[in-house]
Write a protein that binds this ligand. Structure first.
Ligand SMILES: [Zn+2]
Length: 181
Protein backbone atom coordinates (compact mmCIF):
# COMPACT_ATOMS: atom_id res chain seq x y z
CA UNK A 1 0.00 0.00 0.00
CA UNK A 2 2.71 2.30 1.04
CA UNK A 3 4.84 1.68 -2.05
CA UNK A 4 1.94 1.88 -4.52
CA UNK A 5 0.82 5.03 -2.81
CA UNK A 6 4.29 6.38 -3.23
CA UNK A 7 4.41 5.33 -6.88
CA UNK A 8 1.06 6.90 -7.55
CA UNK A 9 2.16 10.04 -5.86
CA UNK A 10 5.34 10.21 -7.92
CA UNK A 11 3.39 9.64 -11.13
CA UNK A 12 1.11 12.44 -10.10
CA UNK A 13 4.14 14.49 -9.34
CA UNK A 14 5.59 13.84 -12.80
CA UNK A 15 2.30 14.82 -14.39
CA UNK A 16 2.15 17.86 -12.20
CA UNK A 17 5.72 18.84 -13.10
CA UNK A 18 4.99 18.37 -16.79
CA UNK A 19 1.89 20.46 -16.43
CA UNK A 20 3.84 23.18 -14.66
CA UNK A 21 6.58 23.06 -17.28
CA UNK A 22 3.98 23.33 -20.03
CA UNK A 23 2.23 26.16 -18.28
CA UNK A 24 5.54 27.97 -17.77
CA UNK A 25 6.38 27.66 -21.46
CA UNK A 26 3.08 29.19 -22.39
CA UNK A 27 3.51 31.80 -19.68
CA UNK A 28 6.98 32.79 -20.83
CA UNK A 29 5.90 32.93 -24.45
CA UNK A 30 2.88 34.88 -23.43
CA UNK A 31 4.88 37.26 -21.28
CA UNK A 32 7.31 37.80 -24.14
CA UNK A 33 4.47 38.72 -26.42
CA UNK A 34 2.88 40.84 -23.74
CA UNK A 35 6.05 42.67 -22.84
CA UNK A 36 6.76 43.33 -26.53
CA UNK A 37 3.26 44.63 -27.04
CA UNK A 38 3.59 46.89 -23.99
CA UNK A 39 7.14 47.98 -24.67
CA UNK A 40 6.56 49.80 -27.90
CA UNK A 41 3.91 52.35 -26.90
CA UNK A 42 5.40 52.75 -23.42
CA UNK A 43 8.91 53.16 -24.83
CA UNK A 44 7.73 55.69 -27.38
CA UNK A 45 5.95 57.69 -24.71
CA UNK A 46 9.06 57.72 -22.52
CA UNK A 47 11.31 58.79 -25.36
CA UNK A 48 8.92 61.57 -26.33
CA UNK A 49 8.78 62.84 -22.77
CA UNK A 50 12.55 62.70 -22.39
CA UNK A 51 13.21 64.56 -25.62
CA UNK A 52 10.76 67.26 -24.61
CA UNK A 53 12.66 67.79 -21.35
CA UNK A 54 15.95 67.71 -23.25
CA UNK A 55 14.61 70.42 -25.56
CA UNK A 56 13.66 72.60 -22.59
CA UNK A 57 17.10 72.09 -21.02
CA UNK A 58 18.77 73.06 -24.29
CA UNK A 59 16.55 76.14 -24.66
CA UNK A 60 17.24 77.27 -21.10
CA UNK A 61 20.97 76.72 -21.51
CA UNK A 62 20.94 78.72 -24.75
CA UNK A 63 19.23 81.60 -22.91
CA UNK A 64 21.86 81.46 -20.15
CA UNK A 65 24.54 81.77 -22.82
CA UNK A 66 22.85 84.68 -24.60
CA UNK A 67 22.25 86.60 -21.37
CA UNK A 68 25.80 86.19 -20.09
CA UNK A 69 27.39 87.00 -23.45
CA UNK A 70 25.18 90.08 -23.78
CA UNK A 71 26.08 91.15 -20.26
CA UNK A 72 29.76 90.25 -20.04
CA UNK A 73 30.84 90.07 -23.68
CA UNK A 74 33.03 87.33 -25.16
CA UNK A 75 36.22 87.68 -23.14
CA UNK A 76 37.28 84.86 -20.84
CA UNK A 77 36.27 85.61 -17.26
CA UNK A 78 39.28 83.86 -15.77
CA UNK A 79 42.22 84.57 -18.10
CA UNK A 80 43.32 87.24 -20.58
CA UNK A 81 41.80 85.49 -23.65
CA UNK A 82 39.65 87.94 -25.58
CA UNK A 83 36.92 87.91 -28.24
CA UNK A 84 36.14 84.25 -27.96
CA UNK A 85 33.86 82.72 -30.53
CA UNK A 86 32.51 79.41 -31.74
CA UNK A 87 33.62 76.32 -29.90
CA UNK A 88 36.26 78.17 -27.87
CA UNK A 89 33.59 80.36 -26.23
CA UNK A 90 32.20 78.37 -23.34
CA UNK A 91 29.82 79.16 -20.55
CA UNK A 92 31.52 77.80 -17.46
CA UNK A 93 30.16 76.97 -14.02
CA UNK A 94 31.81 78.24 -10.86
CA UNK A 95 30.29 75.41 -8.82
CA UNK A 96 30.90 72.61 -11.35
CA UNK A 97 27.87 71.15 -13.09
CA UNK A 98 28.94 67.70 -11.90
CA UNK A 99 28.30 68.65 -8.27
CA UNK A 100 25.80 71.49 -8.49
CA UNK A 101 22.04 71.33 -8.21
CA UNK A 102 19.83 71.71 -11.27
CA UNK A 103 18.91 75.22 -10.12
CA UNK A 104 22.58 76.21 -9.89
CA UNK A 105 23.32 74.69 -13.26
CA UNK A 106 21.21 77.50 -14.75
CA UNK A 107 21.86 80.15 -12.07
CA UNK A 108 23.41 83.18 -13.73
CA UNK A 109 25.52 83.98 -10.66
CA UNK A 110 27.18 80.62 -11.20
CA UNK A 111 27.83 81.14 -14.92
CA UNK A 112 30.38 83.17 -16.86
CA UNK A 113 31.93 83.15 -20.32
CA UNK A 114 35.17 81.19 -20.33
CA UNK A 115 37.64 80.00 -22.90
CA UNK A 116 37.93 76.29 -23.70
CA UNK A 117 41.24 76.08 -21.87
CA UNK A 118 39.95 77.53 -18.58
CA UNK A 119 36.69 75.60 -18.65
CA UNK A 120 38.00 72.22 -19.77
CA UNK A 121 41.76 72.02 -19.20
CA UNK A 122 41.80 74.02 -15.97
CA UNK A 123 38.47 72.56 -14.75
CA UNK A 124 36.91 76.02 -14.51
CA UNK A 125 40.07 77.78 -13.27
CA UNK A 126 38.15 78.23 -10.04
CA UNK A 127 40.71 80.28 -8.06
CA UNK A 128 40.59 83.07 -10.62
CA UNK A 129 36.85 82.49 -10.97
CA UNK A 130 36.27 82.97 -7.25
CA UNK A 131 38.45 86.09 -7.13
CA UNK A 132 36.50 87.70 -9.95
CA UNK A 133 33.12 86.77 -8.51
CA UNK A 134 34.10 88.45 -5.23
CA UNK A 135 35.24 91.50 -7.19
CA UNK A 136 31.83 91.51 -8.91
CA UNK A 137 30.17 91.62 -5.50
CA UNK A 138 28.92 88.01 -5.57
CA UNK A 139 28.72 86.40 -2.14
CA UNK A 140 30.50 83.14 -2.94
CA UNK A 141 29.58 81.52 0.36
CA UNK A 142 25.93 82.38 -0.21
CA UNK A 143 26.24 80.83 -3.68
CA UNK A 144 27.56 77.60 -2.14
CA UNK A 145 24.77 77.65 0.48
CA UNK A 146 22.22 78.20 -2.28
CA UNK A 147 23.60 75.13 -4.03
CA UNK A 148 23.25 72.97 -0.91
CA UNK A 149 19.70 74.22 -0.33
CA UNK A 150 18.54 73.45 -3.86
CA UNK A 151 20.18 70.03 -4.10
CA UNK A 152 17.87 67.06 -4.56
CA UNK A 153 14.92 69.20 -5.54
CA UNK A 154 12.44 68.06 -8.14
CA UNK A 155 12.89 69.84 -11.43
CA UNK A 156 10.16 68.99 -13.87
CA UNK A 157 9.14 70.45 -17.19
CA UNK A 158 7.17 73.17 -15.41
CA UNK A 159 10.27 74.45 -13.65
CA UNK A 160 12.16 74.67 -16.96
CA UNK A 161 9.23 76.44 -18.63
CA UNK A 162 9.06 79.01 -15.80
CA UNK A 163 12.80 79.62 -15.99
CA UNK A 164 12.65 80.00 -19.78
CA UNK A 165 9.89 82.62 -19.52
CA UNK A 166 11.84 84.43 -16.79
CA UNK A 167 15.09 84.39 -18.76
CA UNK A 168 13.43 85.44 -22.03
CA UNK A 169 12.25 88.66 -20.42
CA UNK A 170 15.60 89.04 -18.65
CA UNK A 171 17.43 88.74 -21.95
CA UNK A 172 15.40 91.59 -23.45
CA UNK A 173 16.34 93.90 -20.55
CA UNK A 174 19.98 92.81 -20.17
CA UNK A 175 22.52 95.52 -20.92
CA UNK A 176 26.31 95.17 -21.19
CA UNK A 177 28.08 95.30 -17.86
CA UNK A 178 30.06 98.53 -17.75
CA UNK A 179 32.35 97.59 -14.88
CA UNK A 180 35.52 96.00 -16.22
CA UNK A 181 36.10 92.43 -15.12
ZN1 LIG B 1 40.43 81.47 -20.09
Amino acid sequence: MKSSGFRKQSQDEIKQKQAIKFARNIESEGSQINSKALETPKGKKLRKKKSNLAKLKKQLWQLCREIQIKKYGSDCYTCPSKNLEGSSRHLGHFIPSSVCSTAMRYDLDNLRVQCYSCNIHKSGNWLAYERHLIQDGIDVQELKDRNEKTKGGMFREEWYKEQITKYQSLLSTTTPNTTPT
